[in-house]
Design a binder for this molecule. Structure first.
Ligand SMILES: Nc1ncnc2c1ncn2[C@@H]1O[C@H](COP(=O)(O)OP(=O)(O)OP(=O)(O)O)[C@@H](O)[C@H]1O
Ligand SMILES: [Mg+2]
Length: 292
């Protein structure tokens, strides 16, 4: 087979022919794929919620921790809702589905910033849950509302200062919610330096990348969601799929980035069927660090 030189996106900008359409892709979220790792996360989160324990979930960047936690928590936007007010039907349905409060720690955080965002949402969600259960906001006490949320998931927990961490522990103790701290590998070791916090940790969960088998299954059924399909009857496509699995090693973010480059290169070269050269060319455009 004669190998054709593949034109890369940078070459289009500097010296490509003006007739090639330049496609600009706007980032759009892929549909959620229910993986085995997500099922493991759900089991872990349900245990933290049930026993009201503190849990630590760590995993390498891009494996899907945030997406899984968002999917599990189904935390609705409460900005337009005032505590103890009447709840419209669409919001009531979202509140009934919500299983946890999802909170992303700001880069700069203090107990005060946590109170402004998380504590406010805890109170609102408490009132909302009790209102939905009772059918009316009347007779709901502040004390009952404050303890009505079973679980809080804190993302980017590596950013927490010692004071913020202490504040979260104090809130969890007083309000009796389960707490999941999510972050990078090493988070659990950092927490082990704070004895009082550490003694309350009930579960530690490692969020792993997809296995090779699961990736193969996923690419067979869902590669189209990423805008690429692999025809199992074509040797080039089968080899390309194997290369994608080898390069991305089950990391969702890498998969998204690799597929985006592949789509660009295929458009640029007017290629419709995927082959290993396209995958390699796309891989050469990416910066892949040791943490991925
Ligand atoms: N189950 C999934 N289905 C579809 N897309 C997913 C899934 N899991 C993750 N993704 C996508 O992969 C990308 C990376 O996922 P996510 O941000 O959750 O990773 P992360 O582990 O939180 O990374 P980081 O440690 O950098 O915060 C996101 O664009 C996300 O939408
Ligand atoms: Mg994340």
């Amino acid at each position: 087979m004669a190998t054709k030189r593949i034109q890369l996106p940078g070459q289009l900008l500097s010296g490509g022919s003006g007739s090639t359409p330049l496609t600009i892709e706007f980032p759009s979220e892929q549909p959620f794929l229910s993986t085995r790792e997500h099922a493991r996360f759900v089991e872990f989160a349900e245990a933290c919620s049930h026993y009201r324990y503190i849990g630590v979930c760590h995993g390498r960047p891009g494996v899907g921790k945030t997406r899984s936690a968002r999917e599990f928590s189904s935390f609705p936007d409460l900005q337009g809702y005032g505590a103890a007010s009447v709840i419209a039907q669409p919001l009531a349905e979202k509140i009934a589905r919500c299983r946890a409060i999802f909170y992303t720690v700001a880069v700069s955080n203090t107990p005060k910033t946590i109170d402004m965002a998380l504590a406010t949402n805890l109170t609102k969600m408490g009132y909302a849950r009790l209102t939905v259960a009772a059918g009316s906001p009347e007779d709901i006490s502040y004390a009952a509302a404050r303890t009505a949320c079973p679980l809080v998931i804190v993302d980017e927990a590596d950013r927490l200062t010692i004071k913020s961490l202490e504040h979260l522990r104090d809130m969890a103790d007083r309000q009796g919610f389960g707490l999941i701290l999510m972050g990078m590998p090493g988070l659990e070791k950092r927490l082990s330096r704070y004895a009082q916090f550490y003694s309350r940790i009930g579960f530690v969960h490692e969020f792993k990348p997809l296995t090779e088998t699961e990736m193969r299954l996923l690419l067979a059924s869902h590669a189209g969601d990423f805008g690429i399909s692999f025809d199992p009857t074509q040797i080039d496509a089968v080899e390309a799929q194997a290369a994608v699995i080898r390069i991305t090693r089950g990391n969702f973010r890498l998969m998204e980035r690799l597929f985006a480059q592949m789509r660009r290169i295929m458009t640029l070269n007017r290629v419709e069927d995927v082959n290993p050269d396209i995958v390699q060319a796309a891989r050469d455009c990416l910066v892949i660090g040791p943490g991925n």
